[in-house]
Structures are given as C-alpha cells and as structure tokens.
Design a binder for this molecule. Structure first.
Ligand code: MSP
Length: 588
C-alpha cells in the first residue's frame, strides 16, 4: 500500500498486484474561518476607488507604492514596469492573507511640466488633467490593483506638504539662504561638482556641463532659497543604513552600496524652494508666497498624504498605514528615495519606509527608453497585441533589479506562445477536455470509488514528486517574493507546470480506459488548480480565467487552498465543450 503522507486523503495503490488503485477518503479538518480568508479576485481593479488609507484598531495594511509619474509625457513601458512590479508585491501580500494597499499616481508640479504645457499651448492644469488620465487609464488597463491614485495637485496633498514643511521648520531644519550652483532644469536639481562632467563642443567652442548621473545639461544658477539642513542628517542616515542593511532597507545591495558611499562622503544642505518668479506651478511655501516648494519635497510627500498625514492628528497618524512597506522606484531616483526622503522623515521624527526596492531600466535598442530619446514603447499598443497578462508575464519573467533589460515586442509574443499557451493554457485545456470529467474524478476521490488501472511504481513515484512540488509551491514562491523576486517565483511555478505536462505525456489519459482514468484526471486538475491559485498575484486575468474554467469557487482561491486535495468542491461544468482557452493562441 502506498500512502501519500502529505495528503489528508489517501490514494491507496496496491503494489502487490500492481494493477488496482483505490481512492480512499480521509476526513476534512479545515477550519471554516481560515477558509473564509480574503482571496484575490481575478477582476480586481480599483484604480478609481479612493480611500484615505487610515486603519482603526486593525493590523496596519502592507503599504506598497509606485513612483508617481511625471505628466510631461505619455506613459511608456518603463512606467508600466514600475506599476506591475508594485502591483505584484501588493497582490502577493494579499494572497498570503495580509491586508494590502497600493498607491500610484502622478507628479504634476514643476518647471518641466509647466514647460511641456506651454509647448502645446494648453493651460497647465488642463494639460495635467489630460496626461494624468493617461496614467490612470494605463493602471486600469494593466489591471493594477491600486487603492488610490494620487495627484500632487490634489488639495489634501497640498495640506500634507504644508504640514511636513511646517514640521521641518519648527524642528529647526529649514533656513533661508542664497543658493548658487549647477542646476539641471530637466532634472530639477542642483548637482555638486563631484557629479559633473564637462564636454568641449568643437562646433560652438563652448564647454557644456552635464550631470554624470542623468547626462542632463546643467547651468549656473544663483538665487534665494530655503534650505533643508541635510548635512546634519549624515550621521542619522548612516546609523539607519547600518541598522537596516540586513533588513534590505534598499534592495538590491548593488543599489544600496553607492548610496552608503555617497552619504559617507558627506552631504551638503539641500535647496528646497525656488523663487516663484522663476516658476509658480507648484505649492507655495507656507507663509512666503515668493517661494515655491521644490518639486521633490512635494512629490515625495505623496506617500505620506495617501496615508492621511495632512488630515490626521499625529496621534491618529501613528495608527495609520504609514510607514510604507515597499517603495518601488527606478534606479534613476534612488538618491531622492534613499537619501533625501529618509532624511526628511527622520528630521520630522516620522518612521522611515521598510524597503526601497530599486529596479533597473528597460532599454530599447540598447538605450534607456525615454521620450527625449525617441525610443519609447507604448504599453497600450503592446498590451493590445499580446494581451495584458502576456505583457505582465514578460516584464515579470525578466529580473531587471540588478541590470538593465532590452524590451522586445516580438519576444513578448514568443514567451506568450511558448510558456503561456503551450505550457499553461494547454494543460488546462487538456484537463478540461470534453473526453474527461473533473467532476467525476473528484467524486470518485470523495467516494473512495475503486478505480482499476495499470500503473508502474516509477509512474507513481513521478506522480508523488509532482504532488510534493505542487504542495511546496507557495513556500518556494514565497522565498523569492520575500527577496522581491517575482522572476524566481514564476520559475518555480513554471517548474511545476513543466512537470505537470510531462506527467500528462507519461500518463496518456487519452489512451486509458474511462474506468481507469479518474486518478490521473484528478492529479491533472489539481495541478491546474494549484498553479492557477499561485499565479493570481502575477497574472490575475489568465489565472482567474483558469479558475473560472475549473469552476473553483471564488472563496477557495487563497494561498491555503494551493495544496493537493485542499478543495474538493470544484469541477462542475469544467469539461463542457467550447468553454474557450485561458490564453488564446496568437495569430502572429
Ligand atoms: N516623478 C518622478 C518620481 C517621483 S516619486 C516621488 C519620476 N517620474 S518619471 O515619470 O520620470 O519616472 C517614474 C518611474 O519610471 C521611475 O521609477 C523611473 O525610473 C521609471 N522609469 C522611467 N523610465 C524607465 C525605463 N526605461 N525602464 C524602467 N523604468 C523606468 O521620476
């Protein structure tokens, strides 16, 4: 007798005769309270829902943010990547049973935006409304489960920025002074000498100065500004970094190290306002309208605004969802998120975020995608060709946390065909074939109906391995997700899918007498169900379709159900003909 120790129910196989297997039932001990845990709906999309993010007497939600996107240009695939990564982190937390909150939005103030609006001769607010809507639409199309879409032109955000400013002022970190230095209009930042590169232009005979970090041109500027005493934050920041290295305050470490080195090298005070005479498209300094708040202070504060900072008393704010658990950012904005942001927060005596997860860039023909470079990929166009989840899959399947990746639309289609159609959708389609019955297989399993078949021990050992791998799938994927690595989690999932497909080839159920088929169909159905449950945070639409096709009840889709025999209630109508494919074959 072969007993599968990981199963509550046991499938008994007579080794002695080698030709009879019986499915024997055990009792179910699942607690109904656990079973009623939240699951991720296949159609979750709350980009338009607003929520002030406060929590009363509850565990703080897991709070994930994307960068807020500049509205000076339409979204491209790099922006979508930040959104998809953050969305996957949020959905994963929800999947493992945590209340989670995802914030995205648009960064609308500053010279760059004012200039972009002037260029197309539109009133700046109207220009912002229109471009912000493009990002909001992108979030909706890409199934980004954002709980709030913030705009820095929102009134409550302005209140939060004022509150942060006033707090920093009261605590003695803001002073007024004269500022001279190398300023990049495009980056809206002053750069120290150590971060400049001089290039002599033969044609004009002029030496131009550029930021080494962003490659943008800088010009000498002199003006009256308010300053933030960043130099005083060197020690507290180094202390923070030291205490949080093993907690991955900044991840990956290859992005953390240059930050630590830079702060160790010393910090200059930071100009945090600009004369309103230079530009007015921003939030005025409280009590001094002649100055406009520096866009990065304004923008970074969005993470606090969404947690209710501007509205709540400090006592209430302590019970809010702040601090953020994960800020997802691109590598070009680490200085702002890993130095300035924690410095502002420490100075204001507010908790700092738990993790800043930094990703590299998507390139197009070897160069960073950017509007100015004229090499952008329109995410809406790619999603229209390949399907939303195929694009999500392509983006997540490439780990660009450590290094840049080249985006290639043809490769999106290739991966779709090879991995999603052939390995995933086909497995579900074969299992839901009209020649089989999942419902019958489950009812045989439940009734302990003896099913005769001829199976070799080798086959049964393969089957046991497959089931064990499926049972470990959540834990194995979790190890990667705890390391901010959806690529690794997807590899684990595709490992099970590969083995499940081999199992079907091995089992050849289509050559098996219908009376012997149930144990195999049952294992195939369980593989489809378990894999689809674990896929939800990554590919919410395809996995939702598969679970619908298998008729898995919507409250049996949480992580705890991703175990062999954890749900014996599905399968009704799963084998009716013409129910469509999870991923339609592409015509290209
Ligand atoms: N507005 C600032 C962020 C403020 S957050 C308080 C900003 N906006 S952005 O629109 O220029 O960029 C938003 C995000 O998109 C950044 O994380 C940036 O790194 C990312 N990407 C922009 N181009 C990218 C690629 N080509 N590839 C991947 N992501 C890149 O910065």
């Amino acid at each position: 007798m072969l007993v599968w120790p990981h199963c509550r129910r046991r499938i008994v196989h007579s080794v002695r005769t080698g030709d009879v297997a019986a499915i024997v039932l055990g009792t179910r001990t699942r607690s109904s309270a656990r079973a009623r845990r939240r699951f991720i709906s296949s159609s979750t999309n709350d980009a338009n829902n607003e929520n002030n993010g406060t929590v009363e007497n509850k565990e703080k939600p897991f709070y994930v943010t994307t960068p807020i996107f500049y509205v000076n240009a339409a979204p491209h695939i790099g922006h979508l990547y930040s959104m998809v990564l953050a969305d996957t982190f949020k959905r994963w937390q929800q999947f493992v049973g945590k209340d989670s909150f995802l914030l995205t939005g648009t960064d609308e103030h500053g010279m760059k935006v004012q200039q972009a609006a002037d260029k197309v001769e539109k009133p700046v607010k109207q220009f912002c409304d229109e471009t912000s809507q493009l990002f909001k639409n992108l979030a909706t199309t890409a199934n980004i489960s954002s709980d709030k879409f913030i705009r820095t032109t929102d009134e409550d955000h302005q209140e939060a920025v004022h509150k942060l400013w006033t707090t920093l002022l009261e605590k003695g970190y803001i002073y007024k002074g004269k500022h001279e230095g190398w300023y990049s209009v495009s980056d809206e930042t002053f750069y120290p000498e150590s971060q400049l590169n001089r290039v002599f232009d033969q044609a004009s005979g002029v030496t131009k100065v550029y930021s080494t970090e962003t490659g943008k041109e800088v010009e000498w500027a002199s003006e009256e500004n308010y300053f933030f005493a960043l130099s005083r934050m060197r020690e507290p920041l180094l202390e923070l970094y030291k205490s949080r290295i093993s907690d991955k305050f900044v991840f990956p470490y290859s992005q953390f190290k240059p930050i630590i080195d830079s702060v160790e090298g010393g910090l200059s005070d930071l100009s945090i306002s600009r004369p309103s005479s230079r530009f007015t498209w921003g939030i005025p300094v409280p009590g001094d309208e002649s100055q406009t708040i520096y866009v990065w202070l304004d923008a970074l504060a969005n993470y606090l605004s969404a947690a209710g900072y501007g509205q709540l008393t400090s006592h209430e704010f302590k019970k809010s969802m702040w601090p953020a658990d994960i800020h997802v950012v691109g590598k070009d904005i680490t200085r702002f998120h890993c130095i300035y942001w924690p410095a502002f927060l420490l100075a204001a005596e507010l908790p700092v975020p738990k993790h800043v997860v930094v990703h590299s860039h998507w390139l197009m023909n070897g160069a960073k995608m950017s509007k100015s470079g004229g090499n952008i990929v329109d995410p809406n166009a790619v999603m229209a060709i390949a399907g939303v989840d195929s694009v999500r899959y392509y983006l997540l399947r490439h780990n660009i946390l450590e290094g840049d990746g080249d985006f290639d639309t043809e490769k999106v289609l290739e991966r779709r065909q090879a991995d999603l159609v052939f390995k995933y959708s086909n497995l579900v389609s074969r299992t839901c074939s009209k020649s089989f019955s999942i419902e019958l297989a489950l009812s045989h399993a439940l009734k302990g109906y003896p099913v005769a078949h001829t199976r070799q021990d080798k086959f049964l050992a393969f089957q046991s391995d497959l089931i064990a791998e499926a049972n470990n799938l959540v834990d194995n994927a979790a190890k990667h997700m705890n390391n901010f690595n959806p690529t690794g989690a997807l590899s684990e999932i595709w490992g099970v899918l590969k083995k499940a497909n081999q199992y079907v080839d091995y089992a050849t159920p289509w050559n098996t007498a219908p009376s012997n088929i149930s144990p195999t169909i049952f294992v195939m159905a369980e593989m489809c169900r378990i894999v689809s449950i674990v896929l939800q945070p990554f590919l919410p639409t395809y996995s939702g379709k598969a679970l619908d096709k298998l008729s898995v009840s919507s409250d049996h889709r949480s992580a705890e159900y991703a175990k062999f025999e954890a749900d014996m209630t599905y399968g009704k109508d799963a084998n009716l003909p013409n129910r469509g494919h999870v991923v339609e074959r592409s015509s290209r």
